[in-house]
Design a protein around this ligand. Structure first.
Ligand SMILES: [Zn+2]
Length: 89
């Protein structure tokens, strides 16, 4: 009995594996703890990536909705203390 690779399990989760191979993986997952764990890891990675992607999209939508001054100004004011410190003697 050979184990399946992460790529194979990934394709399986994507629904990109059909026919005999799909049946083999399904059957193998029922009896193989290691591959089941691997598949769970894949699913966890996917959930995490989906969350990150969602977070980036939300952030981009938020930044795009802001007026330009609000996007630029905070970065300038955060640098100001450093500039001031240089001349405080
Ligand atoms: Zn296995």
């Amino acid at each position: 009995m050979r184990h399946f690779t992460a790529q194979e399990l990934d394709a399986y989760l994507d629904g990109n594996v059909n026919g005999l191979k799909r049946w083999q993986i399904t059957r193998h997952l029922k009896v193989c703890e290691a591959c089941r764990k691997q598949r769970e890891d894949c699913e966890r990675d996917r959930a995490f990536l989906a969350e990150v992607r969602q977070g980036i999209e939300t952030h981009e939508a938020y930044v795009k909705a802001l007026p330009v001054t609000q996007v630029v100004a905070p970065s300038l004011s955060s640098r100001a203390p450093l500039l001031n410190r240089r001349y405080e003697h």
